[in-house]
Design a protein around this ligand. Sequence first.
Ligand code: ZN
Length: 311
Amino acid sequence: MLDLHPFRQRTFKQRVSLEGVGLHSGANVRLALCPARADSGIVFERVDLQPPVEIPALAESVVDTTLNTSLGKGAARVGTVEHLMAALAGCGIDNARIEVDGPEVPILDGSSARFVQLIREAGVREQGKARRYLHVKRPVGVQEDDKFARLVPARSFACRYTIDFKHPLITDQRFELELSEKSFHREIARARTFGFKRDIERLHAAGLARGGSLENAVVVDEFNILNPEGLRFPDEFVRHKILDAIGDLALLGMPVIGRLEAVKSGHALNHQLVRRALSEPGACEVVWLHEEQELSALLESVPGFAGLEVA
Ligand SMILES: [Zn+2]
């Protein structure tokens, strides 16, 4: 994929599919990635409904951010989209039709790894048209108590994330990276979702997380990791929070030129940030880039550019 033009839109070469259990319903769902024309964006399609319903993967389609990020249109829903959205963003996919025959995306192993593998099976095709980006011109953010998420100007898309769960295994974890296909695959894609044993018991009692198990999440009790295989990275927790944030920010509908700085953020706050970035006058602008020189010119147009950190 590395020989592709950095500023042109991408879709898949061919349709591919997989099947897996939904985290909340516990039901089996078939998901297919299909090529789509330039400028069409990422669109989910509930193919099991009559007639089928298309739901664009955009901020305006978000209907729930309590446990996962869910999209909807009318009564139709597609839940737990964030790990797939992160994989699509991490692989630089702009246009795709995602068929699902149930109300949520399969949870698989709780990370983006299997989706990245599926995207590779599909193959990536460059499309003739220039890609648009959301260029962050000045800091824009949202805050709630001691949590915040903001976007600040930077040379490319980067993330700096801190979590602190007041738990011996998950205190003050920080991670930072500049996002590229390589860094996403190597550092982020395999990080699994995680949960606390007591919360999972509560969810099960409420009839939620029916598909949840040690096969698709890291589960911790007061002091220990319950998964016999242990962690994939010592700081897998914060890496997964970055994965979630990349998936949530993908609902901007275009890649970001800027850095996400987040402390204790989650789906709800990430989504508020997406809305704020799109609506706050003067904070961000939509740009079309064709060549490297345009990116340099764009960055030099930002006041105080010389003082910007290289992420
Ligand atoms: Zn997640």
